[in-house]
Design a protein around this ligand. Structure first.
Ligand code: BES
Ligand code: ZN
Length: 461
């Protein structure tokens, strides 16, 4: 282990320059124009897997973006870890808000800035480097390892269920390891045990059959933008609760134990609000901020458009208006049911003055992972060694839809070992990863692989 750790220490500059190459590929899964970049990125990942000494490297095409697989299975009798991550990223727009270009990774201060630096290329790369450190120094890994790096996580892992279903034998393992989440705060490592689910809808309203002069027609026709905002405004009440009948029906209540544990976390609403630049926080009455984000369902309008948004003024009464809305879900809500429920409710409250279509864009289920599993206990030991601190337990508001599928299709529990930070601007301009966490992550990954067999054999509890 000493050799492995000193190898990691000696290769820091090379790690950053290699990661910079990976981050230079604009692998934006949602944009059809980036299809060839997606293929190039899958190839980069596959080549890199080969370089670091992994075996059976394979790119599996899907009807969408490819899945990259590799393994190293030469540790008979040792546990097998299925490491999952994603090489796709969110769109970089708005570009003018980036301090340095999103696909030209740049170090400023203690951080590396680029789209995908934290979510999730940087975190996948952390494991690549710990694997490499073992294989280059000792010629072996302390465990068996299978890697599954997909290209559609940011668009709902559209074709991954099918892939997992069709490759159950290939993916057989003892547990899943994912680094695609955050620590509680800088110098506060954590184990995540809960993720929210998602249901994503698009609403399109059509009013008059063409754009109209707002002077000649305004007052006699319902403006679809107004109708749309009236609909959206009705979806919450004054207590921040969602008004759709049946929406909360399956919500698993927070336990007393969880609520008490969250109250003990090092958290300040005041600091949080200040950091976000808001005078006052908002949310469902009766719950704390952490509870609202981690364990309560929400509904957000993610985008809204229609009419004239160019320079200057245009007096138009537009024919159309649209919005994207998404619901974050908690156990035991089901994404498909909520999608239908909300779509039907929107149709029901749409006035006769406009026509509405609601489309289901994608969804995924919420997940709770067990915290007393040997995998989590090994992760705790690894974080303690990698960061010099015992981690705390937390949930997250984001979603990784495949986690539930790993449980359902493969019977596997997941260890969520995140090395990001909540303020690293994932999905936003100036996304970055903290360099201490990046290198601490590589050490932690190495410790995890080396500790896991002890915990799986039941020797440590
Ligand atoms: N890394 C995130 C998931 C995440 C976000 C975990 C915040 C913990 C905290 C992941 O890449 C992501 O963004 N997922 C999408 C999934 C969706 C498109 C189905 C998300 O949460 O919006
Ligand atoms: Zn993401």
């Amino acid at each position: 282990m000493d050799n492995v750790l000193s190898f990691i220490d000696q290769n820091k500059d090379r790690y950053l320059s290699e990661l910079k190459d990976l981050l230079a590929i604009p692998s934006v899964s949602t944009n059809p124009q980036n299809k060839s970049d997606m293929d190039r990125c899958a190839q980069w990942v596959a080549n890199h897997m080969q370089t670091i000494g992994l075996q059976n490297v394979q790119i599996y095409p899907t009807p969408g973006h490819s899945v990259v697989y590799a393994d190293w299975l030469n540790a008979p009798g040792k546990p097998t870890v299925l490491l999952y991550g994603h090489y796709d990223v969110q769109p970089p727009e708005p570009l003018d808000l980036w301090t340095s270009p999103p696909f030209d990774a740049t170090i400023r201060g203690d951080n590396l800035y680029a789209r995908g630096s934290a979510d999730d290329k940087g975190q996948v790369f952390i494991h690549f480097k710990s694997i490499e450190a073992f294989l280059k120094n000792t010629g072996e890994l302390p465990i068996n390892l299978k890697l599954l790096i997909e290209g559609e996580e940011e668009i709902g892992s559209t074709h991954l269920d099918e892939f997992v279903e069709a490759h159950k034998d290939l993916l057989k393992a003892d547990l899943v390891l994912i680094s695609d989440s955050s620590m509680f705060a800088k110098d506060v490592p954590s184990i995540c045990y809960g993720l929210r689910g998602l249901s994503y809808l698009q609403i399109d309203l059509v009013g008059p059959n063409r754009d109209l002069h707002s002077g000649s027609f305004g007052g006699s026709v319902h403006n679809p933008i107004q109708a749309l905002t009236e609909i959206i405004a009705q979806l919450h009440d004054k207590n921040g609760r969602i008004t759709i009948p049946g929406f909360y029906k399956d919500v698993r209540p927070l336990t007393k134990k969880e609520r008490a544990a969250y109250k003990k976390l090092p958290w300040s609403d005041k600091k949080y609000a200040k950091d976000l630049g808001v005078k006052q926080l908002y949310g469902e009455k009766g719950f704390t901020s952490l509870e609202r984000v981690w364990a309560r369902p929400t509904l957000e309008c993610n985008g809204i458009w229609g009419g004239f948004i160019g320079e200057g003024a245009k007096t138009v009464l537009p024919s159309r208006a649209s919005a994207k809305i998404s619901m974050r879900l908690v156990p035991d809500q089901k994404s498909a049911r909520i999608g239908k429920l909300v779509a039907n409710h929107i149709k029901k409250i749409t006035p006769k003055t406009v026509q509405v279509t609601v489309r289901d864009l994608h969804g995924g289920e919420a997940a709770i992972t067990p915290i007393d599993s040997p995998g989590v206990q090994a992760a705790i030991a690894a974080l303690e060694k990698g960061f010099g601190k015992k981690p705390l337990y937390q949930r997250e508001g984001g979603s990784i839809p495949i986690v539930t599928q790993f449980k359902q299709l493969l019977g596997l529990d997941t260890v969520l070992l995140g090395f990001g930070l909540p303020d690293e601007n994932a999905h936003a301009p100036d996304e970055h990863i903290n360099l201490d966490n990046f290198f601490g992550g590589i050490r932690t990954s190495a410790h995890f692989f080396s500790e896991l067999p002890n915990f799986m054999n039941g020797r440590k509890k």
